[in-house]
Design a protein around this ligand. Structure first.
Ligand code: ADP
Ligand code: MG
Length: 562
């Protein structure tokens, strides 16, 4: 520690490059500070540092990391604590560029597996970035000294010492996370695909603000006929709405909360922080939101169950397109989800292609079936469940055609769910179980997505051997490709986008030749990362990654545009 102080004194007032000498490890009271990478100039990516807090200083009881889920929750809690402590103790911007700032990456309303802060044995390692301060290109040692000798120790003392943490909050964070996880694992046993607890708060501040809607928000209340009670390890019994396996419709007038419910189900694959309102909304972990995505690139996907007999005999068994239409893109999205072993599809009419979803009786009379390439989803949704075990939840306020194929119909009425299954089925006029309107369709089969050849996943660009960068959550630059992920709606964090880029590279170098289907190889990649941690993806230490699901990794590969 005194060595660092001496070094700083030595380089004061010198050119920025002299900061390079700081790289190394320094012992502080209770922790080791490693300066892992020093930035080249004040405007470059800030320097990367890591703080390893000793077990004797941290004193974190083992119950907080004894299982994977508890460990992830505690890591999330501690990273947020560091973030808050930075806001409190760090003066921040001083000098030019990013001078004087400390930062740690944290998640939003969800609790994700990240590598910004890791519990490693009984120690904790936090990875931060530090903007080493300069005026122009001149080193400001006095400010750097303040950062490392006053501010950082205060941050560590407040956030990474068990004694100073709010133990009640930490315990609640961990137990709540454990309950959510457990809830998700219980769905299958109860033949459910999702569960929304009473009193959940689903609406958000806005489409771009994931915080709970303040003010007049109406809390969720389960209709008696769909109520079930599950017992969680920490919280005990919770009552809520169980959405059964099969085909479920969410109907209701405009602005009554249909999309809000579906959106909560989309996010129910993640655990949420206490206070979010969706802590007890759990969805089948493999659930995929599928939508129309015109202009997306599609390569070698069999969309023939939905689209066949295109004009000029274009093959749809191995369909390729540089810019797919609304219906072909939605078909490709579904077939890819099916290939990824998804067991729940989530669909909103707001973001679907109408001609893909329905074709009403009159239109069927006017346009003969053999002149229409599209087999609407309406005709396939039952088969997906009956033959492949894939359930669907559809928001459908605009067409009653789906009553016939549904098992459950939930009406949203002024944000309150009402079970209208019987009523809807009575309208169709059959007391029989749901059935497909046409009965001569060939069976649905699950077809693998072929592995792209290794050369296709070359990460080189220009003179760089490996060029991978996330430019926002939605845009991944991989080699010479720009992959558009804007419509992959369950991708929620730029850390996931970064990890996806590195996982594609990892896949290309380790597994691309091991199997001819993408899903099988990606499962191996995911398993490596889950077993050994996100760090295996990067040649140097970073704290900026978050774990995506297999589906989102596959989604990126499937969207590569030649
Ligand atoms: P729909 O899909 O049925 O047209 P939305 O789900 O888009 O309706 O909801 C319409 C509006 O109502 C949105 O602005 C949403 O934030 C708000 N909203 C949804 N659920 C609630 C609720 N429980 N309490 C208060 N406002 C809500
Ligand atoms: Mg809507």
């Amino acid at each position: 520690m005194e060595r660092l102080r001496a070094l700083l004194k030595q380089i004061n007032g010198r050119g920025y490059k002299a900061y390079k000498q700081l790289a190394g490890c320094y012992r502080f009271n209770g922790y080791d500070l490693a300066i892992d990478h020093v930035q080249g100039d004040p405007f470059a990516q800030p320097s990367r540092i890591s703080i390893r807090v000793s077990p004797a200083y941290l004193c974190l009881p083992a119950e907080y990391y004894k299982s994977k889920i508890r460990k992830t929750a505690t890591e999330d809690f501690l990273a947020r604590a560091v973030n808050r402590a930075i806001a409190e103790h760090v003066k921040g911007h001083r000098g030019i560029g990013k001078s004087g700032e400390f930062r740690i990456e944290t998640s939003g309303q969800q609790i994700l597996v990240r590598n910004a802060l890791l519990i490693d044995g009984e120690a904790v390692e936090a990875r931060l970035t530090a903007g080493l301060p300069a005026a122009g290109r001149t080193i400001l040692s006095r400010d750097a000294e303040e950062m490392f000798f006053t501010e950082l120790p205060a941050v560590v003392a407040q956030a990474l010492c068990f004694e100073h943490l709010d133990k009640k909050l930490l315990q609640h964070h961990v137990e709540s996370s454990e309950d959510q996880d457990y809830l998700r694992t219980q769905l299958h046993k109860h033949k459910l695909v999702a569960f929304v607890a009473d009193h959940s708060l689903l609406p958000r501040e806005s489409g771009i603000d994931d915080h709970p809607l303040g003010g007049e928000a109406i809390r969720f209340m389960t209709p008696e006929s769909l109520a079930c009670t599950l017992t969680l390890p920490n919280r005990g019994a919770v009552r809520g709405m169980g959405i059964p396996q099969g085909v479920t419709l969410i109907v209701g007038g405009g602005f009554h909360g249909k999309s809000t419910l579906l959106h909560a189900l989309e996010r129910g694959i993640y655990n949420h922080i206490p206070g979010d309102g969706r802590e007890l909304v759990a969805t089948d972990a493999s659930a995929v939101k599928v939508r129309a995505e015109d202009n997306r690139a599609v390569s070698h996907i069999d969309i023939s169950p939905f689209i066949d007999r295109l004009p000029f005999d274009r093959d749809t068994r191995s369909f390729c397109s540089e810019n797919a239409s609304g219906s072909t893109s939605q078909a490709a999205n579904i077939m890819e989800a099916v290939a990824d072993d998804c067991t729940l599809l989530l669909i909103d009419e707001d973001t679907s292609a109408t001609n893909f979803m329905i074709r009403d009786e009159r239109m069927q009379q006017l346009v003969a079936r053999d002149k229409e390439p599209i087999t609407p989803f309406l005709h396939r949704v039952r088969q997906l469940f009956d033959e492949l075990g894939i359930s669907t939840v559809i928001v459908m306020g605009g067409s009653g055609d789906y009553f016939e194929v549904s098992d459950t119909v939930i009406m949203m009425d002024s944000y309150k769910p009402v079970d209208v299954t019987r009523k809807a089925h009575a309208l169709v006029g059959h007391g029989k179980p749901a059935r497909t309107p046409v009965d001569d369709l060939p069976a649905m089969v699950k077809k693998k997505v072929p592995s792209p050849v290794r050369e296709r996943l070359n990460p080189a660009r220009g003179r760089k051997q490996v060029s991978i960068e996330a430019r926002g959550i939605d845009t991944l630059l991989y080699g010479r490709y720009e992959i558009d992920l804007a419509k992959v709606e369950q991708l929620i964090d730029i850390g996931q986008t970064r990890a996806i880029g590195l996982m594609i590279h990892y896949y290309a170098t380790h597994y691309a030749d091991k199997s001819d289907d993408l899903g099988t190889s990606l499962k191996l990649v995911l398993k490596d990362v889950e077993d050994k941690g996100l760090d295996i993806l990067s040649p140097w230490k970073t704290g900026t990654l978050a774990l995506p699901r297999l589906h989102e990794v596959a989604a990126a590969i499937n969207r590569i545009r030649e």
